[in-house]
Design a protein around this ligand. Structure first.
Ligand SMILES: NC(=O)c1ccc[n+]([C@@H]2O[C@H](COP(=O)([O-])OP(=O)(O)OC[C@H]3O[C@@H](n4cnc5c(N)ncnc54)[C@H](OP(=O)(O)O)[C@@H]3O)[C@@H](O)[C@H]2O)c1
Length: 328
């Protein structure tokens, strides 16, 4: 029998349990059966595990939103994929990627090009498509534009550093250590602020010659919300796309956004890959950047799937950089 990671009660990394499960004899008509070789670990998995995001599934459930592998069986009505194809999927419900073998809707899988390995795909698809929609569609960052992005050495952050550089934009990235600072810089982040020992607002004023920025991308949440708003110019855009430091408490609309007529959005990748066309657009733009060597996957660590709880501890410890994958 194959194995998977199951959450039977919400809580810390210790609630992740490695268990065997049955898989049906037949693959549903519109699905493919994938023998997974690589699973992406994303910060959102910790929100689902701990319960800070409302759950769309009942307990117990298998965690995870992203994986890559090889098709080993095919449903009767699937025409455009075949056994042996290397494929991946990312951020399409339902949860359940932390497993060895999985049936998945054929229309939501992406065929992998030769120049991307399964490990690389699982490490970069979700985080890379996130940067695609943040920088290309939600708000188009322009050549020479200076903007602020928090946690620049994280999984999303290192891809953002490279993407910004390849567009000729000048990213101000925040980080918590000198090692992270060096890494973000190597990945193309133009200006780095270590928010453990510098005042982010003062540094942003210096870098922008008191102009502030037109857009802030904030995936840190609670600890950076106020700082982010402070760094925005009048009519600037606050993109709150995550909360690794915790949920932002309730906000007074008037006193928060009116003083500078700010815009606010709380986006999610799922709503930017709502159909095949958007999924192709986003993944192809990412693949193009990888093919052109504008973006190189940064796999920081590979864990055995059975050690998923250790991997969760690591990403929440703030000691990781780049992306983490799990190996079935
Ligand atoms: N909305 C979307 O579509 C979408 C899609 C993908 C990811 N996300 C969000 O993007 C953010 C980054 O995701 P990721 O997978 O790439 O994670 P990550 O950035 O690799 O890890 C989180 C980072 O957040 C920073 N951080 C600041 N305060 C923290 C705290 N109290 N506890 C833990 N970390 C803290 C740390 O960097 P420093 O030590 O440098 O501060 C840490 O390394 C997450 O909030 C995630 O939910 C959103």
């Amino acid at each position: 029998m194959p194995n998977r990671i199951v959450v039977s009660q919400l809580g810390g990394p210790e609630v992740l349990k490695y268990q065997s499960y049955n898989i049906s004899d037949n693959v549903p008509d519109n699905q493919v059966r994938i023998k997974q070789t690589s699973i992406g670990l994303n910060y959102i998995d910790t929100y689902h595990r701990s319960g800070i995001y409302p759950l769309a599934v009942d307990l117990p459930f298998c965690l995870g939103l992203e994986a890559a592998g090889e098709i080993i069986e095919i449903g009767n009505s699937v025409n455009d994929l075949k056994i042996g194809d290397r494929v991946a999927y990312s951020f399409s419900p339902p949860l359940g990627a932390y497993c060895e073998i999985r049936d998945f809707e054929a229309d939501k899988v992406i065929k992998l090009p030769d120049f991307i390995s399964n490990d690389e795909a699982a490490s970069i698809l979700l985080q890379g498509m996130t940067v695609e929609y943040l920088f290309e569609r939600l708000y188009k960052i322009k050549k020479n534009e200076i903007f602020l992005f928090h946690a620049a050495a994280g999984g999303v952050g290192l891809i953002a550093s490279q993407w910004a550089k390849s567009n000729g934009a000048k990213m101000i990235g925040t980080v918590s250590t000198e090692d992270k600072s060096d890494l973000a810089k190597k990945n193309g982040c133009e200006y780095i602020i270590n928010y453990k020992n510098s005042d982010v607002y003062e540094e942003v004023l210096k870098i922008t010659k008191k102009k502030c920025v037109n857009v802030v991308y904030d995936g840190v949440g609670k600890d950076t919300f106020e700082i982010s708003l402070k760094c925005l110019n009048h009519r600037g855009l606050m993109v709150s796309f995550g909360q690794s430091s915790g949920m932002i408490d309730s906000v007074d609309l008037h006193s928060t956004f009116n003083p500078k007529s700010l815009y606010f959005t709380r986006p999610t990748l799922m709503h930017y890959i709502r159909n095949r066309e958007e999924l192709n657009l986003s993944s192809n733009r990412l693949f193009e950047k990888i093919k052109n060597k504008d973006i190189t996957p940064n796999i920081y660590k590979k864990f055995k799937l059975s050690d998923a709880s250790e991997a969760h501890e690591l990403i929440q410890s703030r000691k990781s950089v780049g992306s983490i994958i799990l190996k079935p």
